[in-house]
Design a protein around this ligand. Sequence first.
Ligand SMILES: [Zn+2]
Length: 264
Amino acid sequence: MRFIKIALLVVVLGAILLFAGIQYLLSQPAPEGFPILEYHMVQEANPDKAYEYNVPPAEFEAQLDYLEQQGYTTISIRDYLRAKKGLQQLPDKPVILTFDDGYETNYTELLPILEKRGLKATIFMVGNDIGKENYMSWDQLKDIQHRGVEIGSHTANHLPLTSMSLAEARDEVKLSKLLMEWNGMDTIYTLSYPNGKYDKELLDMLKEEEYLAAVTGDAGLNTFETNPYLLQRINIPHPLFGLTEFKWRLLKGRIMTQLGINQH
Ligand SMILES: [Zn+2]
């Protein structure tokens, strides 16, 4: 009984300290930088299969409403790279929407929402999954790029690049890029690391293979000083607590940057 009381006290004190710490951080000026959001699929959950990463369309639209209320404007990674070179201006509060893996519902569910609202987005394709069941077909992929969605690579086979030799990792990023370009798509210049796994030597290799930027799964905000091959990204999986969870995830990005945890 006594142990339970002490344990309870520790938990309550811990929660108070955490809350006070977050309140303190939020009372400080917001750090510079803009968020890149990491989605996978906008679709209803499949009852036969627990999709951990699906965001239902109504929840996604509520998130977009919130971003709009907060004054955010969507940009592409290309816009960011051009602005960094002084070739264009960015809006006051940019945000980049990214989608990993290239699911077919990106075409059937996501694209109509983007077009209805005039939003930009970036989709990272797994080269060898294009045209497979539940993934976008070549026709859908070419059409979505033609309609203004930025397409990047998520490698050829979605294996963590740190689990293989550098030569094999080079093949993974090279083949996915060439496969899409040889099939008539515009230049592929961005990469999303499978499972968010990267290491130092991959960054030089990506540059050699003519990639201009890559996104991680490390939460945080981005500025022109951020390493372009280690862009910070805030994960948005299936929400369990609605819009409140979305706001907390955005705050997490801000707080990680404020505390300098795993920032590039
Ligand atoms: Zn993935």
